[in-house]
Design a protein around this ligand. Structure first.
Ligand code: ANZ
Ligand code: ZN
Length: 806
């Protein structure tokens, strides 16, 4: 029969699908329910796709086609996250307008993505740099401004000296710029901020609603970082001011032997006395040059004594006030009470500067004689703590905030680690922030009906490094009229961060040409929210948190009526080059899909992308493995082609393998164990080949079932086999097969059990039972008659069990 010819088959089906798409909203059973399967949309870089990029797209397409076969209508769009640095850097180097290079890259990558044969609906395409798209990115900003959620603030922010732009906290990874890896510094700049902290509690609580990997939920919960504690007021000795500290451990108040203020604390400089003035001022200046991450890292503690004292409000003792950069200005109150006996950082600081250490919690009530490290557990009995002595610290930890409130020396608090989002960038290639600065009216939003505020052309894309974007150099753009009072005013020249468009793009796909609304209610009701989101884990606290925030905001202003964007999330691992090294052009280890598609076909590459390893883990790429997958497809092809015209009647064994195969593929697919789906196919296919050898072929229903099961993975092959087996229409309308658990059971046989040649009992065992198991079953059935010494045990498969005893 004809050998498997991937080129001919794949070409044929691409053309057919072009004429009669398989993803239909309605079929003979009526309207289909929607299923929205979303990929994290790519950045259209000039480097093109490698086999690593294929992985996520293949996973999402397999899932979409599986849902299609289950009877859903699939919403499966694709688009471009195209603002950002790479296009801008290219413009700086080559002098090509980012819009032009972006358009070229989009065209190229689109062609490459189409090689995957995924079900994308290109009518839904969006591009974040399209003014018709970013009109709505700007509209959301204006709405946030009107709700008081977008505001201006001047403070020292994270600054990348290489990208010459400010960064959000989420973009600083291990002290380095998430984009370029340069050490992040600080810069005092006027910023646009988004008040994501207003949503902290909801962002935390609603994690419970989500069918997401626990790991990602935990990362978000930790990033939001809710803690309970207290703010306690310490009067400054001999002055009118008081210092409010934030503590999660008010139970340790009696152990507070000193205080530390962040160098930026408003009282910091004024607490100096003449003898300490110079040292204090120098310390404050030095700290202003360091980044938060540097300050938090486990380096040797530095600090300076101010010369002033505060009074512990519980025991009236005087505690020295220090400055140190391990206390952050923008967390809590920027001032802490230090309990060296029970906090590692305070312990280290006290040791270094010779400050007394007073233990207040004792395990088993015993005080430690020589403390070599802080006792950081919150369990034990209170000591050295006045009226609290003898209490269980765990109990006190809960009660202390309220006690403090009752005594009027502070208040119970809830605190979050989450900070407001630094939302302005001093770069060219981004959405202009639609704000006008008027000398009389202040910051005024661009009227909604004048959006989009388009990004003007500039002569130099080069970041200025002055803290202003290149837009600041275009006078005719900057100078404008105040929309409120009509007086001369100036445009905001900062642009939005890379994340602005990606925080809501998934809403726009379903109504991408709407000029009246971000998305119409009808379209939103019909197709949103996202049922399954597939992408890399690296966005856990960036994009995935920002999108949840945007969706909640849009829900609050009535633009959509759900407040979580992604019901289910799957994070695929990375495909790496040899030795686990990330694939990249600069490392020279990129494997292009083109040759593999040419030599083995799209179907083989799709299946091999899944076969390389558990989809949630990183996997090392090895070209050679694709051969095995290709061989499997050839064997499946030959099996079907050899049996197809023979009209074989189904045997019990064929029915058993068929049901077991449906069961294995379905349950493994449902649990996203995609690599074992592929090995399952190989295994069952081999069984069918063995049966075909014995029986002259395999029945048509079993072969048809194989074609349907294969279709999500190898769609061309699935369609072709389905047609070769004589079926009308697309395999994707065949319905996903079901299985019968009873039919999967092994056959059983009744076997007589003999002792010394005489039948004493009959046992029922699986037809393919092992010798050991058969004899064990036989012996159990005649146990009361086995009185002698057993000298021989015989099992003739399916016929007889014979025990010889003396
Ligand atoms: C006294 C104390 C005793 C503390 C003890 C801890 C252990 P989380 O859980 O992360 O919120 N802290 C407060 N503000 C700070 C700032 N701006 N910079 C650096 N550290 C700060 O941590 C809260 C604890 O971190 C607070 O509780 C405070 O130290 C410190 F045995 O107060 B604790
Ligand atoms: Zn004005």
């Amino acid at each position: 029969s004809t050998p498997y010819n991937h080129k001919a088959i794949e070409k044929k089906w691409r053309e057919r699908w072009g004429q009669a798409p398989v993803n239909v909203k309605e079929d003979e059973n009526g309207k289909r329910q929607k299923y929205y399967c979303l990929d994290m949309f790519p950045y259209p870089s000039g480097n093109g796709l490698h086999v690593g990029h294929w992985r996520g797209y293949v996973i999402s397409d397999v899932w979409s086609r599986y849902k299609l076969l289950q009877g859903y209508y699939i919403v499966h769009p694709m688009g471009w996250d195209a603002f950002g640095l790479p296009a801008e850097n290219y413009a700086i180097k080559m002098g090509v307008h980012p819009a032009k290079s972006t358009a070229e890259n989009v065209e190229n990558i689109k062609r490459q993505i189409n090689e995957i044969a995924a079900l994308y609906d290109w009518d839904m395409e969006v591009n974040t740099t399209d003014p018709e798209f970013y009109k709505w990115t700007q509209w959301i900003f204006v709405k946030m401004f009107k709700e008081g959620l977008a505001y201006e603030k001047e403070f020292p922010i994270n600054w990348c000296p290489s990208c010459k732009t400010g960064l959000a906290n989420e973009e600083v990874v291990n002290g380095q710029c998430e984009r370029c890896g340069t050490e992040v510094t600080k810069k005092n700049l006027r910023q646009w901020m988004l008040k994501i902290t207003a949503y902290a509690e909801r962002l935390l609580n609603d994690l419970d609603k989500l069918d997401w990997p626990e790991k990602v939920k935990k990362m978000q919960a930790d990033w939001i970082g809710k803690s309970y504690g207290a703010e306690v007021d310490f009067p400054v000795d001999g002055r009118d001011e008081k210092i409010t500290v934030y503590t999660t451990r008010p139970d340790t108040l009696y152990g507070a032997t000193f205080m530390v203020l962040a160098p930026e604390h408003e009282l910091a400089a004024s607490l100096a006395i003449p003898e300490t003035k110079d040292a204090v001022e120098k310390y404050i200046y030095d700290a202003s040059m360091k980044s938060n991450v540097d300050r938090m890292q486990d380096k040797e503690k530095t600090g300076v004594f101010t010369g002033s004292y505060a009074v512990n409000p519980l025991n009236g003792e005087k505690t020295p006030i220090w400055l140190s950069d391990y206390v952050l200005a923008d967390y809590g109150t920027g001032a802490i009470m230090c309990v060296p006996a029970h906090d590692d950082r305070d312990f280290e600081f006290a040791k270094k500067f010779g400050i007394p250490i007073v233990q207040v919690i004792a395990k088993d009530g015993k005080e430690i004689e020589h403390m070599t490290e802080a006792y950081t557990e919150a369990n034990g009995t209170m000591i050295n703590s006045g009226e609290w002595n003898g209490m269980e610290s765990a109990v006190l930890k809960k009660e202390a905030p309220h006690t403090i409130e009752e005594r009027g020396i502070g208040k119970a608090t809830v605190n979050y680690k989450l900070r407001d989002w630094v939302f302005s960038r001093q770069r060219y290639w981004g959405e202009p922030i639609p704000i006008i600065h008027c000398p009389d009216c202040g910051a005024v939003p661009v009227p909604e009906d004048e959006l989009p505020l388009t990004l003007p052309d500039v002569e130099s894309y080069e970041p200025t490094g002055t803290g202003e974007s290149p837009l600041a150099g275009i006078d005719e753009w900057v100078n404008c009229k105040c929309p409120v009072c009509g007086k001369p005013a100036k445009r905001e020249t900062n642009t939005m961060p890379q994340w602005a468009g990606s925080s809501w793009y998934f809403l726009r796909y379903v109504d991408n040409h709407n000029s009246e609304a971000l998305v119409s209610r009808e379209k939103a009701d019909e197709m949103l929210p996202v049922d399954m989101y597939i992408g890399g884990v690296e966005h856990a606290v960036l994009h995935l948190l920002y999108s949840r925030f945007y969706t909640k905001f849009l829900c609050d202003i009535g633009a959509v009526d759900f407040d979580e964007p992604f019901k289910k999330l799957f994070n695929q691992g990375m495909i790496t080059g040899k030795n686990g090294i990330k694939m990249s052009k600069s490392k020279g280890n990129v494997v292009s899909p083109d040759d593999l598609v040419r030599d083995y076909g799209c179907d083989s590459l799709r299946m091999y992308e899944l076969f390389v390893g558990p989809p949630e883990l990183d996997a090392e790429w090895d070209d050679r493995g694709i051969d095995g997958v290709n061989r499997f497809l050839k064997r499946a092809w030959n099996l079907v082609m050899d049996s197809r015209d023979k009209d074989i009647k189904a045997t019990r064994e064929m029915i058993k393998v068929r049901n077991k195969m449906v069961y294995d593929i379905t349950t493994r697919l449902d649990s996203f164990s995609l690599n074992t789906v592929i090995s399952g196919f190989m295994e069952h296919n081999n069984k069918l080949i063995d049966i075909a050898r014995k029986e002259g072929g395999v029945d048509k229903e079993t072969l048809s079932t194989l074609a349907v099961l294969l279709a999500p993975f190898a769609p061309h092959m699935g369609e072709e086999l389905w047609e070769q087996l004589g079926h009308e229409g697309s395999v994707f309308h065949a319905g996903w097969p079901s299985y019968d658990v009873d039919a999967m059971k092994d056959d059983e046989v009744e076997v007589p059990v003999q002792i010394n040649g005489k039948t004493r009992a009959v046992v029922t065992v699986p037809a393919d039972v092992s010798k050991e198991d058969a004899i064990a079953a036989g012996k159990a059935a005649v146990a009361d008659k086995l009185t002698g010494t057993i000298v021989k045990e015989i099992y003739v498969p399916k016929k007889i069990i014979n025990i010889v005893q003396k």
